[in-house]
Design a protein around this ligand. Structure first.
Ligand SMILES: CC(C)(COP(=O)(O)OP(=O)(O)OC[C@H]1O[C@@H](n2cnc3c(N)ncnc32)[C@H](O)[C@@H]1OP(=O)(O)O)[C@@H](O)C(=O)NCCC(=O)NCCS
Length: 148
């Protein structure tokens, strides 16, 4: 893996959001929430309604290509951040997922996420980077990490 760059998307302008949509749609079958295809107009609504203090979006860039995304949402009730990680289909298994999780662990003190039990690659990744399973039901594991 080449050392990638990280680009924080700005909800105040449109650059990068279409790329985020493409990357998210490539990952949709692995999502524990909605697996629906996101349209361009839905993506625009998402951008316009983003709350800067509780939602963050980053793209991982290799050369001129964006190859992965990290979306973070703050659960205001618990102070935990809920991450979503996604790597472009053609770039999986090359270490970018590990990079994304490590990035979120630098940015956040506490992380909670849900993952499909069948998503072996993601489960192994989270386990290897210190997440523990807190609950497991209906084919979904909830996992938690906090900075030591
Ligand atoms: C899950 C995902 C983020 C992991 O990113 P990745 O770049 O493919 O993974 P990495 O190359 O960083 O691998 C990290 C670890 O995952 C595990 N892993 C990688 N490839 C794997 C495979 N084919 N099978 C099982 N585990 C695998 C290994 O533990 C690996 O660590 P190692 O290289 O030290 O052995 C990425 O595959 C992805 O975006 N998948 C689709 C969307 C998704 O599942 N998002 C998460 C929803 S909860």
């Amino acid at each position: 893996m080449i050392a990638p760059a990280v680009w924080a998307l700005n909800p105040g302008n449109t650059a990068g959001w279409e790329t985020l949509r493409e990357l998210r749609n490539q990952c949709r079958e692995f999502m524990t929430g909605s697996t629906a295809w996101i349209t361009a107009s839905q993506q625009e609504d998402f951008r316009k309604n983003l709350e800067d203090s509780t939602q963050k979006v980053y793209l991982v860039v290799e050369g001129v290509c964006s190859i992965a995304f990290l979306y973070l949402r703050l659960d205001c009730a618990t102070g935990e951040w809920i991450p979503t990680y996604g790597v472009a289909e053609a770039k999986r298994g090359l270490g970018y997922g590990k990079f994304l999780v490590a990035l979120s662990q630098v940015l956040c003190e506490r992380l909670r996420l849900k993952v499909l039990q069948t998503n072996d690659r993601a489960c192994q990744l989270y386990h290897a980077l210190g997440f523990v399973v807190t609950t497991q039901q209906n084919g979904v594991k909830e996992m938690y990490w906090e900075r030591p």
